[in-house]
Design a protein around this ligand. Structure first.
Ligand SMILES: Nc1ncnc2c1ncn2[C@@H]1O[C@H](COP(=O)(O)OP(=O)(O)OP(=O)(O)O)[C@@H](O)[C@H]1O
Ligand SMILES: [Mg+2]
Length: 257
């Protein structure tokens, strides 16, 4: 007999509205994202993708004039947290729900310290344990081979694609359960984009991954499910099979444009 366990979603939003200075940007959104799958969010520029992504680890609160209503439930270590109700601190939430931004934002420091500093500050881990975790995260991010002989060089001397993988390693080193990536290959060329995509594909069985993308072709290559946002509302959700069905995707393109 096969027992099928229904896992709670990694993230579930209930009637979420996010506004800036009273103007709703994300509107009454109820959606859930499955655990250990790669979900892709797509939509026109200004449709609220980044705003929605930032709400999953309470980053909008760092921006003036923002307000969030509704509930966002995040499952971490098998227990569900209503993240705006104060049952989990922002520091803990942001460590366990890591975010990578569109433009690589490496620390103006060595490659090594880009990972050692967050380990020290967030987890108080130093010395040989920190070194071991750094090496592991760089391997996970498929960057170790390229940087192992120059760990003390400035991170800003890396290429754009390497810097983006370093940012992914910096999120991974804190051992998150959920990874949020906002157009992680937007500023990269074809080869660097494919490297990032391969990396995301390999991480997605161990981490819940939510990726904002502008590219339907990228969504077709990556998505276990696809969510289409339009003017802050969820207008379509597609399964993996539907994402790979060209007739369905053609209709999706028409809806987005
Ligand atoms: N800090 C802010 N203050 C005021 N308005 C904001 C702020 N951040 C975003 N907005 C507004 O929210 C709307 C959605 O922005 P958001 O960045 O979420 O869109 P997006 O879908 O990610 O777009 P893009 O594809 O261009 O990145 C825009 O109209 C934007 O002006
Ligand atoms: Mg955006």
């Amino acid at each position: 007999m096969v027992l099928t366990e229904t896992l709670p979603p990694a993230i579930q939003t209930e009637d979420v509205t996010i506004s800036f200075n009273g103007l709703p940007i994300v509107k009454n959104l109820s959606v859930s994202f499955p655990k250990n799958k790669l979900s892709v969010l797509i939509g026109r520029s200004g449709s609220g993708k980044t705003t929605l992504l930032r709400s999953f680890n309470r980053l909008n609160e760092c921006l003036e004039g923002s307000s969030t209503t509704g509930r966002i439930l995040v499952t971490l270590n098998n227990s569900q947290h209503d993240i705006y109700s104060g049952t989990i601190s922002c520091e803990e939430l942001r460590r366990r729900v890591g975010m990578v931004f569109q433009t690589p934002n490496v620390l103006p420091n060595s490659i090594r310290n880009n990972l050692i500093i967050p380990l020290k500050l967030a987890l108080h881990i130093h010395g040989s344990e920190a070194e071991a975790r750094m090496e592991h995260a760089l391997k996970q991010a498929a960057l170790w081979r390229e940087v192992k002989d120059r760990l003390n060089r400035p991170a800003t001397h890396l290429s754009g694609g390497q810097q983006q993988r370093l940012c992914i390693a910096r999120a991974l080193v804190l051992q998150p359960e959920i990874l949020l990536l906002d157009e992680p290959s937007a500023s990269l060329d074809f080869h660097a984009t494919r490297t990032i995509e391969e990396l995301l594909g390999s991480l997605s069985s161990d981490y819940t991954t939510i990726v904002v993308s502008h590219s339907l072709a990228q969504a077709q290559r990556l998505a276990d499910s696809l969510y289409v946002l339009s003017s802050g509302e969820l207008v379509q959700t597609l399964s993996k099979e539907e994402v790979r069905d060209s007739a369905v995707m053609q209709q999706t393109i028409e809806n987005i444009l």
